[in-house]
Write a protein that binds this ligand. Structure first.
Ligand SMILES: C[S@@+](CC[C@H](N)C(=O)[O-])C[C@H]1O[C@@H](n2cnc3c(N)ncnc32)[C@H](O)[C@@H]1O
Length: 365
């Protein structure tokens, strides 16, 4: 894989609609994570709410995609604030939610589910939902206007595919088939992530009200030679297809995945560098298998065997990565590619573990 600098904000999107391979139908892994880190979300929302007590609470979900998780987050935040308002004996605020994603996101499917969602809310809850399409690595809102930002499973996407530094391109070419982290995440990707994440933090700092809060979860990586990443495994399946002449080698060489999984140390370092902007309330890494179960659960018991578990993982990864693979290789090979991907998942199942980074920040007034 070699790379050219390419902005992704015009092209990236998850699989839209509500079909079998859509993100909406295959996003239960982020949902499991969302439920697991809900106590941290609760802590962050309550800290902001009790300090500011806004009458209109403005919340933005960045990289909302489409599907049940988008409105689950809205529901969770309303629920948290409602409980706290009862406890404090204050009136529940009016909520204004801004759902953000890139321009190609299937916002229409969210809009269509809104009447039913509004219907499920408590009668006295006033909630207004808006869409804010745009790139979260830049300005999205006026200064000092948002009380709380949420973003889950989005910040590992880079704003653009970086140009590989000279030596890196060579290492990658010599390293074909290596699924381990070092060749998947070279220094130019780390540099791009750092630049993007700093830009993200600065933009949000401007947009948050004083003492506004932010809850971020995104995929990280372990800095060990054992660690296998999702882009690594897809590359492995693609390499097999090249060796069987199902894909041209040159086509694969120009395939890029604009994603970077940072280590906890890298993120800690960036937050230190931007330290004057935010107080870091939480910075944690949660170890999860690719089906979203925690390791102490020894995998999700709802799967009857490894094949079923691998099928679940494959569908969930396909709903995220298919658009980008399809745009490069064409629709014709997608079923074959993800069948091979599933076989790789079965082969490496016990090793398919990611750290999910969870960060809770408060804007310093
Ligand atoms: C895997 S989905 C996560 C969806 C949802 N938050 C969840 O947890 O289920 C990642 C989303 O981030 C969006 N995204 C990636 N880069 C973005 C950017 N620069 N600006 C806005 N959205 C972005 C993608 O389009 C995608 O819909």
């Amino acid at each position: 894989m070699t790379a050219m600098a390419m902005p992704i904000v015009q092209v990236l999107h998850m699989s839209g609609g509500v079909g079998e391979t859509s993100y909406a139908n295959n996003s239960s892994t982020p949902k499991k994570v969302m439920m697991r880190v809900k106590p941290i979300l609760e802590e962050g929302v309550n800290k902001m709410y009790c300090t500011n007590l806004p009458t209109v609470m403005k919340v933005a979900d960045l990289g909302c995609s489409c599907g049940p998780n988008t409105l689950l987050l809205v529901w969770n935040i309303i629920d948290i604030v409602h409980e706290t308002s009862l406890r404090l004996k204050v009136e529940t605020p009016t909520f204004q939610f801004f759902l953000n994603d890139l321009f190609g996101n299937d916002f229409n499917s969210i809009f269509k589910s809104l009447p039913e969602f509004y219907h499920t809310l408590k009668q006295d809850t006033m909630c207004l939902i808006n869409a804010t399409p745009g790139n979260f690595y830049g300005t999205l809102f006026p200064s000092n206007s948002i009380h709380f930002f949420h973003s889950s499973f989005s910040l590992h996407w880079l704003s653009q595919v970086p140009n590989l530094l000279g030596e890196e391109a060579k290492i990658r070419d010599d390293d074909k088939g290596n699924v381990h982290a070092t060749s998947m995440f070279p220094p130019s990707y780390a540099k791009q992530f750092k630049q993007d994440f700093k830009q993200f933090l600065r933009s949000r700092y401007m947009e948050l009200v004083p003492e506004g809060g932010m809850h971020l979860t995104f995929l990280g990586r372990y800095d060990t030679s054992e660690y296998i990443s999702m882009p690594g495994l897809i590359l492995m399946a693609l390499n097999d297809m090249v060796s069987e002449n199902l894909i041209e080698e040159e086509k694969l060489e120009h395939f890029v995945v604009p994603i970077y999984f940072a280590t906890l140390d890298e993120v800690t370092e960036i937050l230190k560098e931007e330290g004057s902007f935010f107080s870091v309330e939480r910075l944690e890494s949660v170890k999860l298998s690719w089906d979203g179960s925690s390791l102490d659960e020894e995998g999700d018991k709802s799967f009857k065997d490894e094949s079923e578990r691998a099928e679940f993982i494959t569908r969930s990864k396909r709903s995220v990565f298919e658009p980008i693979c399809k745009a490069h290789f064409g629709e014709g090979i997608m079923d074959e590619l993800f069948l091979r991907f599933k076989n790789k998942v079965i082969q490496f199942l016990p090793k398919l573990v990611d750290p999910v980074l969870v960060i809770s920040l408060t804007k310093i007034a």
